[in-house]
Design a protein around this ligand. Structure first.
Ligand code: NAD
Length: 396
């Protein structure tokens, strides 16, 4: 099959198996070039391991400390007539590269919120891996079905106050327009917390603990975002921010439990704003990211998921002393939040319009990264050549 990008709003409905493989290989090469992470984990479970921050969190331990990995995600396999989702092909490439180096790499495609997913993962860990020394929880999901009640919760991206009016980049048209985001009801806030808060992370950790598959010294980490004040109404103070606050509350509980029982620890790491399938769906954020990229690239500070997670492992999670902020969070958004970067972004934000978009923002870079998420626009990939849409992770 010859595969071309078909973009529909903030999603691309096709993905390229060879392009996704090249994207994964590029990340592996980066991690190898950075060298080993001393004291890094050896037996890792990544929940949400197929794209974005979760994929990078699988690649880094595998190729910097030789970790065996079990990855869990929700992706669509390809068929003879239709391409699968990018995470499916990313995982196929990851597994092949990891097993070629003698590393254990198995994956589960299913709903992380279900009892089945937890039971299946525990069975593999018990029978084939041995105790887990790192659990990464990197889910970004629009809904969660409660496995006990069957209730279907949907998350929303709204404010928790009044209307929020700001600039927004219509990524289809490449034009700036004004967007108004209205306030959520209490029920919508509660539902977003149910989906994107810490409840399921805690269920996972409890299930792993009860099954006796956590190792002495085990660490667990989940990801959050804070960003500048201009995005607070829609992010930090919005519905998603309420869910992230819940994540922090759960983290504190998990941390004390892991410390007491395993001499372990749990962290929320605040990461940089990046183009991923999840972030492209948040209003206002794509314009902020485009301006941020411009400023960070100009100062040689730009990072993608793999650079962020490599630094998180090497300079935070597995460093002698883990630096934490006043709320006990890891900050790997430190370069994004530097005063000089944020001052420059704020200045551009005030004056940006359709007339100066190309000067003040890196929309081209945004678009390139967006296409890359689906395996398109990557050097060395022949997009006119036949590719196999039925490429699949060997372990599934
Ligand atoms: P992503 O969309 O790239 O990845 C989401 C992952 O979750 C995928 O592997 C997907 O298959 C999996 N998933 C979704 N629903 C699932 C389900 N029901 N069962 C199993 N797997 C499921 O998203 P991302 O941007 O990498 O986000 C990961 C985490 O990082 C999120 O918590 C997000 O809030 C956080 N974060 C993202 C950014 C950013 O700018 N992208 C910044 C800071 C923090």
């Amino acid at each position: 099959m010859i595969v071309k990008p078909k973009i529909r709003g903030f999603i691309c409905i096709t993905s390229h198996p060879d392009g996704c493989a090249a994207n994964v290989q590029e990340q592996i090469d980066y991690v190898k070039a950075k060298g080993p992470v001393e004291g890094g984990p050896k037996n890792v479970l990544v929940i949400g391991s197929s794209t974005g921050y979760g994929l990078a969190s699988r690649i880094v331990p595998a190729f910097s400390s030789g970790a065996n990995t079990l990855g869990l995600f929700f992706e669509k396999p390809g068929t003879e007539k239709r391409t699968g989702t990018a995470g499916w092909y990313n995982t196929a490439a990851f597994e092949k590269a990891a097993t070629a180096e003698g590393l254990f790499a198995k994956s589960l495609n299913g709903d992380a919120f279900s009892h089945d997913a937890k039971a299946n993962a525990i069975e593999i860990i018990k029978n084939e891996m041995g105790p887990i020394d790192l659990v990464v929880y990197s889910l970004a999901s629009p809904r969660r079905i409660d496995p006990d009640t069957g209730e279907d919760y949907r998350s929303v991206l709204k404010t928790t106050g009044g209307d929020y009016v700001n600039k927004n980049l219509n990524t289809d048209k490449g034009e700036i327009e004004e967007v108004t985001i209205g306030p959520a009801t209490q029920e919508e806030i509660d539902n977003t917390i149910k989906v994107m808060g810490g409840a399921d992370w805690e269920l996972w950790m409890n299930a792993l603990d009860e099954a006796g598959v956590l190792a002495e010294g085990v660490k667990s980490v989940s990801y959050s975002y804070i960003g500048p004040e201009l995005t607070w109404p829609i992010y930090t103070d919005g519905t998603i921010g309420m869910a992230k606050k819940d994540l922090e509350v759960v983290c504190e509980r998990l941390d004390s439990k892991l410390r007491n029982k395993y001499n372990g620890s749990a962290y929320v790491s605040v990461n940089k704003a990046l183009v991923t399938q999840a972030s492209s769906a948040i209003p206002v954020v794509p314009l902020y990211i485009s301006i941020l990229y411009k400023e960070m690239k100009a100062k040689g500070l730009h990072e993608g998921c793999i650079e962020q997670i490599q630094r998180l492992f090497a300079e935070r999670l597995y460093s002698d002393e883990i630096p934490l902020d006043e709320s006990s969070r890891i900050r790997i958004d430190d370069w994004e939040m530097r005063d000089d970067i944020q001052a420059a972004v704020a200045k551009s934000w005030d004056t940006i319009s359709n007339d100066n978009l190309a000067d003040l923002a890196d929309f081209e870079g945004y678009q390139q990264e967006f296409l890359k998420l689906f395996g398109f626009g990557i050097d060395g990939v022949d997009y006119e050549a036949d590719t196999d849409p039925e490429t699949a992770p060997p372990s599934i």
